[in-house]
Design a protein around this ligand. Sequence first.
Ligand SMILES: Cc1cc2nc3c(=O)[nH]c(=O)nc-3n(C[C@H](O)[C@H](O)[C@H](O)COP(=O)(O)OP(=O)(O)OC[C@H]3O[C@@H](n4cnc5c(N)ncnc54)[C@H](O)[C@@H]3O)c2cc1C
Ligand code: SF4
Length: 505
Amino acid sequence: MTYDYDLIIVGAGAGGGTLAYALAATGKRILLIERGDYLPREKENWDPDEIFTRRRYQTQEEWLDAHSQPFNPEAYYVVGGNTKCYGAALQRMRAEDFGELRHYDGVSPAWPFAYDTLEPYYTRAESLYKIHGQRGEDPIEPPMSVEYPFPAMAHEPRIQEIADRFQAKGLNPLHLTLALNRNQAAPEHSPCIRCDTCDPYPCMVNAKCDAQVACVDPALIYKNVTLLTNTLVTRLLTSPDGRRVDRVEIKTDLGSETLSAETVVVSCGAINSAALLLRSRNDQHPNGLANASDQVGRNIQKHNHSALMAISPEPNDTVFQKTLGIHDYYFGGPDQDYPLGQIQLTGKAKWQRLKKMTPTDLPQAMLEYLAHHSVDWWVTTEDLPDPNNRVTLTAQGQIQVAYKSNNLKPHAELISLLEQHLRDMDFYLFWHKRMDLTVFWHQIGTCRFGEDPSQSVLDVNCRTHDVENLYVVDASFFPSMGAMNPTLTIAANALRVGDHLKSRG
Ligand SMILES: Cc1cc2nc3c(=O)[nH]c(=O)nc-3n(C[C@H](O)[C@H](O)[C@H](O)COP(=O)(O)OP(=O)(O)OC[C@H]3O[C@@H](n4cnc5c(N)ncnc54)[C@H](O)[C@@H]3O)c2cc1C
Ligand code: SF4
């Protein structure tokens, strides 16, 4: 049989973009299909009103919650996917996260392989995404075969002061591992200008190593790689016996058509990948493609996240704030023998962001004063897989995400520990806000991988158990994710799957 392409990858985000790059040099005819366009490079990229108030680049799509109430997710349907506006804090999961870990509210399940399997791919992903970091200062650092490719992004004076205060208290403040194209030795020649609009803005000068900049654009240098933008994949059609994906159905402004490939890789983000598989149900796969196990869409996780704005009398003139992290409580606290999570700084909050956090309607001048005196934190605790937390489609085909939070006690305890420390440093006012369903930034788990086809959607190579030429390489495959940001693991895994596809010839 002749195919239009050797490989079709659906979705040009972290998983799909990295896989396209991994396979570009093989000469395989690769088609990358992306529903969105390139995110425009324009002055609005760095305008807080556009980002926080008008939500300029976010999809307008609405999903439904468990009670069928619509909500507008903070999701980006563009080349590069959600990484276009990400915070670029790319972290390895800890070695222990690959095993079973007991949490306050239950068990974080083991992966089908140990950390060692992914270690070489973490190393490659860190090189590809130009990670800046400082090895040896993280108290729970997993074994690493090499140094980080670039030196850590230095703290500015106010942040260094806080790091020193944490250190004096016996903690281990660390430099966050960041994916930026920054030349610290020669800033005048650096693509990254170390600005105050990085997290969660797109980078106007393309110096943030998102999936477009790090992977999709370099992959497109190869003549055998093609990108179709503004092209929605609506269904995957199987052969009559249901064992292979025969055709990929696409929709553009010009109408619908189908394309074929020897291998098809779905990488639409955990929620949209599950939706695409469910939408592709047919007589051979009545519950949705690759869903004989009834696991597609289940066990969605998103992390328990809270933003914490801490105000002190001292002004905070930091420009690029996201440099400091604290992992001392990752596996437990002073009174807790269960994991709590990680603490990191966010991009410097401007008054527009504070407006969304404050309980009362404060005048702009007051918000500006508070923003100038706040240090802004992001607290993350693992949530646990629950089969009832799941993505389904309504009869009309709309995405519904039933998600009930769990493991919240350790999250509250971690916030409280952070606040206690900050109080000792003269911070006197705190606003914290737990992120709701609209913040599905760290969505994972809807097509988890494993050895048992009755309990997982994908095998260990991320190939679906039920359909022999169908793979999933976005964040869907995680059985659990620890409390680390997931994207480096998504990229490392895509490189691993790339090696598997290469080995098949
Ligand atoms: C504001 C923000 C901050 C973040 N900060 C961090 C951070 O600091 N560190 C970190 O590790 N992670 C961070 N994340 C999360 C990170 O962006 C995601 O983990 C990562 O992008 C997920 O990769 P993915 O491949 O699963 O999906 P995505 O990167 O979202 O890619 C999916 C792609 O598929 C496309 N698509 C969807 N459906 C279809 C279809 N039917 N047809 C064609 N194309 C389709 C989408 O448009 C998208 O481009 C952040 C996310 C956000 C939104
Ligand atoms: S800090 Fe650097 S990478 Fe981030 S938006 Fe500014 S220029 Fe881009």
